[in-house]
Design a binder for this molecule. Structure first.
Ligand code: BGC
Length: 415
């Protein structure tokens, strides 16, 4: 009798503990840097999608656009033997972690869902390693956008700028009208995001030579000096309080009509939408003048750290991320475009439709390049070297000539 009771309670305990561990196994702990209003709204779409499939969510947000702080936290967690189950990651960071052999293999879900056929090859370059799928791309962002307040533009003459000269003329007119022409946050990754677009405005070949091939002559030459001249010109349209400002607060300045425009990736659109604004009516999205037809892209992907007990939830999360319905619902809110080539643009607004069209056309034309600022042009060591020089110059610490020379030296030193 006693024995039976013990046996029953052991069985009960075992049952309970397996129930508990299967609840735990159905959870994902997600490390990400989506903390702004627009980003959180997009994150909710993912959270809810997973909930409907019985996958619970443990949030591990690390604020800081561009993800540098998140990557520092990730390194610390992995070193402590406590890696999160799923991690938002960009481009070369994925490759670096894959090289360490710590990322879970997603081949079986990729095969079941036929990812090889639908994920653009430019993304597969980062989602696959040695032929194996090791990350699930959730979107494609691009960095060479300008977000303009419609009312500020109307007051400044009404015509969206198409060339560098037209851009400077509009910025001057906005200054005359008494607003901050360029909303910007002085953080290295934001300075570098503008730099991406300015380098691209010097031509596709120049972007490729300097940012992708890391050609020393391109990095230090006359065209790069001109890039820094343009950066210096743009700096003159920023307000005095720009230092350290978060990117979404810069977006808010445009949303509120306190500033004319922001040069930022299309995650900025998420902020405009969250504030109830409509493209074409309240704000405009244009490609950075002189970069029409070209795209510098980055793609948020989720990589899974291989640990026992999490595999089921991880595979479910990966499958959910790549489903066509989710890709549409999520990217409509996030400001990005789908990481699959077969998703309809039907639910997207005009900026989203343009983003999808631009991406497909740039891909066809060979004018689609990885963003340096967002980890898709070169590994983190090079990216950080570029950040340092661009930010030092933006803050007046280097002349245009010195900056070009220093850029080549800094990149050379980490190669
Ligand atoms: C990410 C975006 C994010 C942005 C600002 C970029 O690196 O790709 O998803 O919204 O940083 O935080």
């Amino acid at each position: 009798m006693r024995l039976t009771t013990i046996a029953a309670s052991v069985a009960l305990a075992a049952g309970l503990s397996s129930a508990v561990s299967s609840a735990v196994a159905a959870d994902v702990e997600v490390l990400h840097w989506w903390t702004s209003g627009g980003e959180a709204a997009a994150l909710d779409v993912l959270k809810q999608d997973l909930e409907t499939q019985g996958v619970g969510w443990q949030d591990m947000p690390v604020a800081g656009g561009g993800g540098e702080a998140a990557m520092t936290t990730l390194r610390a967690r992995v070193t402590a033997g406590n890696a999160p189950t799923a991690v938002q990651m960009l481009g070369f960071d994925i490759t670096d972690w894959a090289n360490e052999g710590v990322l879970a293999n997603l081949n079986s879900v990729a095969e079941d869902e036929n990812w090889d056929a639908v994920v653009p090859t430019a993304l597969q370059a980062f989602s696959k390693h040695d032929g194996n799928w090791i990350a699930a791309p959730v979107n494609v962002h691009s960095t060479n956008w300008v977000w303009i307040s419609k009312s500020a533009l109307d007051e400044a003459g009404g015509k969206a700028p198409e060339s560098w000269e037209e851009l400077v003329a509009v910025l001057d007119a906005m200054k005359e009208n008494g607003i901050t022409p360029l909303a910007h946050g002085g953080q290295p990754w934001q300075d570098a995001t503008i730099f991406d677009a300015v380098v691209l405005s010097m031509g596709n070949d120049f972007y490729k030579q300097s940012m992708i091939d890391l050609d020393m002559d391109a990095l230090s030459g006359e065209t790069m000096v001109e890039v820094f001249e343009r950066m210096e010109t743009l700096r003159s349209y920023v307000d005095d309080n720009f230092s350290g400002r978060d990117w979404n607060l810069a977006s808010a300045m445009v949303i509120e009509g306190k500033a004319g425009m922001q040069m930022m990736g299309d995650w900025a659109k998420g902020e405009f939408l969250k504030a109830g604004q409509t493209p074409g009516e309240d704000f405009l999205c244009i490609r950075f003048p002189g970069t029409q037809g070209s795209v510098t892209f980055n793609s948020d992907q989720f990589a899974m750290f291989g640990q026992e007990g999490d595999a089921d939830a991880q595979q479910k999360m990966a499958a959910a991320i790549l489903s066509p319905e989710f890709q549409s619902a999520f990217n409509v809110v996030k400001g990005s475009v789908p990481a699959r080539t077969d998703v309809s643009d039907g639910d997207f607004d005009d900026c989203g439709k343009k983003g999808m069209k631009d991406l497909a056309e740039a891909n066809e034309a060979g004018s689609l390049f990885g963003s340096m600022a967002h980890g898709h042009a070169a590994p983190a060591a090079v990216k950080n070297a570029v950040y340092d020089v661009v930010t030092q110059h933006f803050n007046g610490g280097l002349s245009n000539e010195e900056a070009a020379e220093e850029l080549a030296n800094a990149v050379d030193a980490v190669l």
